[in-house]
Every structure is written in C-alpha cells, then in structure tokens.
Design a protein around this ligand. Sequence first.
Ligand code: KG4
Ligand code: ZN
Length: 351
Amino acid sequence: MIVLGIETSCDETAASVVQDGHILLSNVVASSMDLHKVYGGVVPEIAARSHIESIIPVIDEAVSSVGWGSIDAIAVTYGAGLGGSLLVGVMTARTLAIAKNKPLYAVNHVHGHVAANFLTSTNLPNYKLPEKQPDFPLLALIVSGGHTQLVFFESMFSYTILGRTRDDAIGEAFDKVAKIVGLPYPGGPSITAAAKMGDANKYPLPKSKLDNKYEFSFSGLKTAVLRVAQEEIGEDFTFPSKNISERLSERQKADIAASFQRVAIETVVDKTVTAFEEFQPKSIVIAGGVAANSELRRQLTERLPFSPIYTDIKLCTDNGAMIATLGCFMVTENQPTADPYSLDIAPNLTM
Ligand code: KG4
Ligand code: ZN
C-alpha cells in the first residue's frame, strides 16, 4: 500500500510518499516562509502564488523515487487552512487522480498531524523516528499555529475531543509574542532561542482558568505579555505594541520570551497530565508545529510516568508525510474516497 500525500494548507508546499502507514519513502517540502518574514506573518496571496509555482516540481520529486506505477492512492489536505493555498493542493490532487486513475482521499490537516507519529522507518538521511507505532487508546496533544486541542483516540477514526482553545492557538500566541518583543517570524523557534538566555521566572504571567478543565485560552497570556513589555519601557497600556520592541534591551526580550514560554508550555502540559490521569491511555503523542518545542518535550518527559512518542522535528511542522500516512490508514480502514470531479476545500474544517 503506497500513498502520495499532498499538503498546501498554509505556506509549505509539501508532498511525500508513504508505504503501509509507517515507512517514509520520500518527503519534499518547499516553504515560502522567507517571502512572508518581512511582513511578520503569512500573507495568503503570496502563499497561494508560491504553491502554484512549487507544486508540480515538489510532487515530481516526491514521486521520482518510486514512480507513478507504484502509487496506489492520492491523499490531499482539503482543510483546515487558507482558502487560496488549499485550492492549489486540492485542484492538483483532483487532476492527478483523474489523469493517473488513482483513488482520492480527502484528509483533515489536524488529524494528519497526529498520524505523523505513526512513521517508524525510513532510508532517508537525518530522520529520528520513534521505534514503534503508538498504541490505542491514544491521547493526542495537538499544538499548532491554528489549533490547540486534546483528543482521545479509541482508534484512528474513532475519537473524542476533550477540549480545544477558545481563542488563540498556542503557536499563534508564540507568533504574536515574538512580534511584540521584536523577534522574527515564525515566533516558536525564535522565542525558544531567545528564551535560552532569559530568566523564565522573571515575570509572573497568568495561566488561564476555565470551567472546562480541558479547554485552552491564550489571549489573556498574550495581553499580559503586552502589559509587561509596556511597563518595562515605562509606558502605559495605550502605547502601541509595534513601537515597543525597539526600546527593549536584549536582556528584557530574553526574560519575556523565557517567562512566556514557561507559562504557555506549562498550561498545555498541566492539561495533558490531567487527561492522562483521567483516561489512562496506552500512549501519548504530541502533534503540530509547537510539538517541535524542546521545553514542551522536557516538561512532558519530566511529568508523565512514561515518555510520550516524539517524532522528528521535520514531521511536526506541516509536511506531506503526515497526509500520506493518514491516507494509508484511510485506505486500510475502508474510509470513503473523495470524488475527484467535485472535492471542495473546507477552510474552517474542525476535527
Ligand atoms: O503545524 P504548523 O507547521 O502549522 C499549522 O498547522 O499551524 O505550526 C506552525 C506553528 C507556528 O505558530 C510556529 O511558531 C510554531 O508552530 N512552532 C513552534 C516551534 N516551531 C514551530 N512553536 C514553539 N516552539 C517551536 N520550536
Ligand atoms: Zn499544521
């Protein structure tokens, strides 16, 4: 069973070929991140144009190692994501499914992030994959730029959402805080780098308290960071956030980054530990771009009785391998195929 996965939901044009839901045969990612950096975030129009330029060469490279004859099915992200970006992937996958006469599978991007943890072997260089696949029931902490949620999976296609964020996603909070303190986009890696030099206990930032113990909220934390930064430069709450960073010292930036990262990560770790105690899953996975965060991995390893499954950092941020892997599971578990003549995008899709 060999599946081609295509992913274009945000700023990464990605394609990958996966065998039997666990062997990574190819993984190609072309990112337009550098084009967005000057704007401090992803510009949807630029992302969509870049996908158009990159999609065919990226798919060609991903398929070249196995050849079209070996591909059994095509899986594509149809949501959630940016409309223009999703369209490029979906229209390309539909066309290829018709032209190459392959079944087409429509994949939920967020669910795909979880599936990335099921890849256990590859001949590609520089991948550090888990030794075995996670067992069900499985607890997944999904932490990305667009989503923050805890999901309990009885099996790959039978799951319960325990809670999600009411406002910002955790990755979005990293990106917004980075902008306030003048660190480059994407905020996750640059906050982590700055935090290494900072004092994580310098500022007592608040953790959100919500009625539902598995719900998340990050907008209050982001506003608290803004107030701290304004106070540090001797201004009140009316001072514009875009003018703060030039007046912060490197020391202050590092302390804010470290304090924010500690509280944001503690928030998701607290809830993951609570869910682990209540539901007693056989395994735990973390998924999405923020799963690359070293502080998250450190805190989870320290506080859980067994180590969660951590996959390669390249498979945490957006990639085609996670889509191809979930595509393999869709084939083997008899999930419905999509109509290549009518599959539509679903920008606001949830799990
Ligand atoms: O999963 P992803 O690539 O795209 C979405 O589906 O949203 O996640 C991107 C997010 C961005 O907000 C980025 O700042 C964050 O993941 N991120 C990180 C790290 N690497 C990426 N956040 C914290 N620590 C990191 N090392
Ligand atoms: Zn993602």
